[in-house]
Design a protein around this ligand. Sequence first.
Ligand code: CA
Ligand code: CA
Length: 417
Amino acid sequence: MLSIALRLRSEPALGLIGGRTEKIVTRTFIAALPLILIACSADNATGQNAADAPAKPFKTATIADFDSPWAMTFLPDGRALVTEKAGEMILFDPKNVDQSWGGKIRVQIQGRPKVDSEGQGALMDVVLHPQFTQNRIVYLSWSEQGPGGKGVALGKGEFSEAPSVCTGQPCPKQPILKNFQIIFRASPYVEGDGHYSGRIAFSPDGKYLFFTNGERQKFDPAQDPKATLGKVLRLNLDGTPAAGNPLAAQGFHPAVWSYGHRNLLGIAFDADGRLWEQEMGPKGGDEVNLIKPGLNYGYPKVSNGSHYDGRDIPDHAPGDGFEAPKVSWNPVISPGGLLYYSGNLFPAWKGSLFIGGLSSKALVRVKLDGDKASKADQWDMGARIREVEQGPDGALWVLEDGDDGSQGRLLKLTPAG
Ligand SMILES: [Ca+2]
Ligand SMILES: [Ca+2]
């Protein structure tokens, strides 16, 4: 059953038939067919893929599929926002996947510049404002063209839903991000399509936005005080650099919080307020780092890995002045997304980090103990995993990537027993 659905899913992408409305209706209607099949297959197999059964402590239900999804976040009402690489954002209702709209509606983003999705470019992260229930503000990151080349940008808009004009039944409300504003851009913009990063996290007190800027495959900008590339940044919620950032007085870009990073594809606070980050390192050098203000994490001067062209990079060593990772991987896992798990559905994993593995096609768990971290589990998922999210009931939700034969499915993981 599942294989039928997946074959349908791999149909060629639709061309533009007419205006915007036709495009929306057509793509959503077509998307509904495999959704129904997938939903049936999950029910028939009690949501468990046969290959998962013996080894994993969770069962896997296939909920939906998307076109190269990149990130997701849950709304307070249990629906979710999902970004897709090419630039669409989808409002998705996991409880209504079998209705005629497939439970998926495209969100119009008013005033956002064009997403450049070449290479690793994408509409990237989507995260709710800490006071979303009051102000309905949603933050997005994406890659775009601009003076000097390309770069990652950050913006925010107000999520609202209004009755739409349509002929189908049921006729859903049209969600929109109103008054979308660009509030921060990486600097400088450079040529190339790689290592944008673009992950967003809010401090536990809700006062600051932490934003990751990758080094764009240019190496040295990670150590350049003036560039935001290869850095963790601390911003105010309006996108301006936060006052009191640790390196501003030394001539760094005023937004810089830490530096010496490569491709930072996950950032999350733990229950005690520590900031954890994972990054795709060079060959044999993927990392989980505990981020502290003002520290230099070494890239490209030191790394436990080496350059992909074979050149050595000195390993981290005590007393070298660079902050070493808490965990590193060789062979690499290619971390694509990071979650700090705070739920109750998997009690043994409360307080662990979960990482989506791209080239490793794995879900990876890292156990935390205060400021220590250690490898715990690595489960084969059979597909590139881009994003890990925690659902309202504590279930783990993962999004597959859309590359290298991965299907872009949304999977829900619940305890096996
Ligand atoms: Ca997310
Ligand atoms: Ca090395």
